[in-house]
Design a protein around this ligand. Sequence first.
Ligand SMILES: [Zn+2]
Ligand SMILES: [Zn+2]
Ligand SMILES: [Zn+2]
Length: 251
Amino acid sequence: MAKKGQKGPGKPFLEWCAENGERGERLANEFREELPTELTYGSDYKAKWKCLKCKHVWRAEVGNRTRSDKPTGCPMCAHNAPPSKTNNFLAWCEKNGELGKKLSREYVDKDEPPTAVTKASKYKAKWKCSNVECKHVWRAQVGGRTKSVKPTACLKCARNALASKTNNFLAWCEKNGELGKKLSRECVDKDKPPTAVTKGATYKAKWKCGRCSYEWRAKLYHRTTSNRPSGCPECNPTGPKQHMKKRRRGE
Ligand SMILES: [Zn+2]
Ligand SMILES: [Zn+2]
Ligand SMILES: [Zn+2]
């Protein structure tokens, strides 16, 4: 029970450490706060810790480190742990619901079985998109696909993602300054309005050059890509490279 003036329930953290053998000693040594006595072992205060093994410094709730059921440890050591029977990509998938199911289905690497890599591995595994209309095969780091913030996904599907009110070519143009203005002016496609396609679409839209009035078709993502976007083939007969040179010369 929490006593008044203490942060969280239970006895003081250091007292708990002294009673908990090797584990207690390690936690006391990893603890990097200035006033340890104020904290109880069950506190939800995010204290600073320094790993005795790898010297990594991180913050974690005291109570999460002292609890008996699956206490947390150094995230860096966990990240770099070699695959084992319980710590491997397949085991991770089994514990991660829909996402786990999808990823284990898409993992088609023949060189490294899914039990031979960890979910945080930098290994560039082979994946096959589970979208039956896509089936795109590509390589990507295992860790990139499993991370909780912005995990990587099938690029082809992302490109062909359905346009929405906020995700469409016109909205993209409005957010992309001069290039956006130019492209929204030059897009003269009658079949698909600019709000019905995305900036990454593989759809070949119709364009009309703002300088020479030449009309041609080009994939949307070729014109919006940040890596050498394509321009008017009449004004730039030798392709995007020449286009870039001209721009650099300030023409
Ligand atoms: Zn560590
Ligand atoms: Zn796909
Ligand atoms: Zn032109």
